[in-house]
Design a binder for this molecule. Structure first.
Ligand code: BG6
Length: 512
């Protein structure tokens, strides 16, 4: 099949441009703006998905003029654009970028912002539609929203919309997430709020729903009758790099599980929604989060494994242990690895364990969901080593080699019956090529068109925290005694292997 044949008729409707609007970035001098947001806006413009009536105001503490901001981003684009920049198109975009220096806690900054927005709105015909992107440290989220409210910048009237995108981490535990939701909801209605999780910007994550619900053949076996267990791996080779300060406060459990990994679980496990309308999809995701059985303190000791990397070898190079990283305490007890066994208490998944593992400084960068099916009910090939045959396994490869593969048994050619395992594999790049993207295009576009399907509702964020709450409590009460307990470049502490071995199972080798 050619790539053209593979693309379905939906391609004939590439989408309308987003609404006319101004995007306001709080924290615009930071990394996210130059690495992801500006290249994503450029890509949207290139695909004709950005309104011609668009403008952007960046706000941050750094002293800079609009001219300097434009020059800086023009330079940054040379490094971070995902493809060759078309000078004409970039010039069009750059003329729509403005900068305002200001302190997020200073009411005067919001008055200035309002004055600038009035002018930009008139100059660019953006119809009073504004969305703010809070790319600041989380301590400012509530304060910025409050100021937006006080300055009238959050009020929707006369058909104009006002929206706010909030980055993670949304709270640092259940109580703080609840408090933040309460505070923000005094100013913004839920429909104005877009809690972002960049995992949902990944094509392969979005494809989980298409794979499950646009095909008739998988859903009938997607349940406890046929599935033995599910393994989710989110492995990184990087350490904490320059983020030691943040990481010491967060740790891997908070950093990855209530957000990114919860997305992967809910999309894998949810029931078919009644439509693809935002709340219909999010209702089903929320049900899964609520169905995850909370671990008792005793279960935490058995089903939750934590680790911290010591020094070791990554890709042939010696790397330091976590405790020797910048801004990390020499006796730090922060975890850099987590493995969990969770159960989803519902009709579809009862008794099907979901094993998760995620960590820094693991041997390869890989994110994948492996659905392992039960063995054939009857062993017909007794004289062969069939009992050692690998069971059928469907793997959704999220990154870096995006695709889907199915492993099954096949007869090895020859007069003696011998069985081998083979893979039927689909790779995105073979069919669709690799379209350069930052992963933020769809999310920004959805916010500009008012589609919140891929964003987190208040109840989902809180349910995500509820899943990890008992683990946070037990781990806080019982500091780890054996850190560091895995070498950089290994697959985590031995307890992570034991977690599966106790159940007669093994982690899939994800590095092949
Ligand atoms: C971020 C975490 O949200 O996600 C990081 O804070 C992590 O610690 C990153 O490295 C992983 O994202 P990706 O897209 O590289 O898998």
């Amino acid at each position: 099949m050619t790539a053209d044949e593979a693309v379905s008729a939906t391609e004939e409707h590439p989408g309308q441009p987003g609404d006319p609007c101004v995007m306001v970035i709080f924290g615009a001098a930071g990394d996210l703006t130059k690495r992801k947001l500006i290249p994503a806006l450029y890509n949207l413009a290139k695909s004709n998905l950005l309104s011609r009536e668009f403008a952007l105001v960046g706000l941050a503490r750094a002293a800079m003029t609009t001219e300097e901001f434009r020059r800086k981003l023009s330079q940054d684009m040379q490094e971070f654009a995902t493809e060759q920049v078309d000078p004409g198109l970039w010039e069009w975009l750059v003329q729509r970028l403005y900068y305002l220096p200001g302190n997020f806690s200073d009411p005067a900054a919001y008055q200035e912002l309002r004055t600038l927005l009035d002018k930009v709105d008139t100059d660019h015909g953006t119809r009073g539609n504004y969305f703010s992107y809070l790319a600041t440290s989380p301590g400012y989220f509530a304060e910025i929203v409050r100021h937006l409210g006080e300055t009238g910048l959050a009020r929707e009237e006369n058909g104009r919309w006002r929206r706010v995108i909030i980055e993670k981490p949304f709270g640092r535990d259940l109580d703080s997430a609840r408090a933040l939701n309460r505070e923000i909801s005094q100013i913004l209605s839920e429909s104005q709020l877009y809690r972002i999780d960049h995992y949902l910007g990944k094509e392969t994550v979005q494809n989980i729903l298409v794979f499950r619900f646009a095909n008739g053949i998988f859903e009938p076996i997607w349940n406890r009758r046929y599935v033995d267990h599910v393994q989710i791996t989110v492995a990184e080779t990087v350490g904490v790099e320059q983020r030691g300060g943040y990481y010491e406060e967060a740790g891997t459990l908070r950093d990855m599980v209530p957000n990114h990994i919860s997305q992967l679980i809910t999309l894998t496990a949810m029931e078919p929604p009644i439509s693809f309308e935002a709340n219909a999809v999010r209702d089903e995701q929320a049900k899964i989060l609520r169905a995850i059985q909370p671990l008792t303190p005793e279960e935490v000791l058995i089903r939750a494994v934590r680790g911290q990397y010591g020094e070791g070898m990554i890709e042939g190079k010696r790397v330091p242990g976590y405790r020797a990283e910048p801004k990390v305490a020499p006796d730090s007890t922060t975890e850099t690895f987590v493995a969990l066994k969770l159960s989803i208490d519902n009709w579809r998944w009862a008794d099907v364990p979901f094993y998760l593992r995620t960590g820094k400084r693991l041997p390869s960068r890989v994110t994948e969901i492996a659905i392992q099916f039960k063995r054939a009910p009857l062993i017909l090939f007794r004289k062969t080593p069939v009992d050692r045959l690998t069971p059928n396994r469907l793997v959704l490869h999220i990154q870096p080699d995006e695709g889907i593969s199915l492993r099954f048994g096949a007869k090895v050619p020859g007069p003696v019956v011998r069985l081998g395992s083979v893979d039927m594999a689909f790779q995105y790049k073979d069919y669709f090529g690799t379209k350069p993207s930052t992963g933020y295009e769809r999310l920004l576009y959805d916010c500009m068109t008012g589609d919140a399907t891929l964003f987190q509702r208040a109840d989902m964020v809180e349910a995500g925290w509820s899943v990890v709450a008992p683990i946070l409590d037990v781990w806080k009460a019982l500091p780890p005694r054996s850190f560091p307990n895995y070498a950089a470049g290994s697959w985590g502490p031995k307890e992570a292997d034991e977690l599966l071995e106790r159940d007669g199972r093994q982690w899939r080798r994800s590095d092949k």
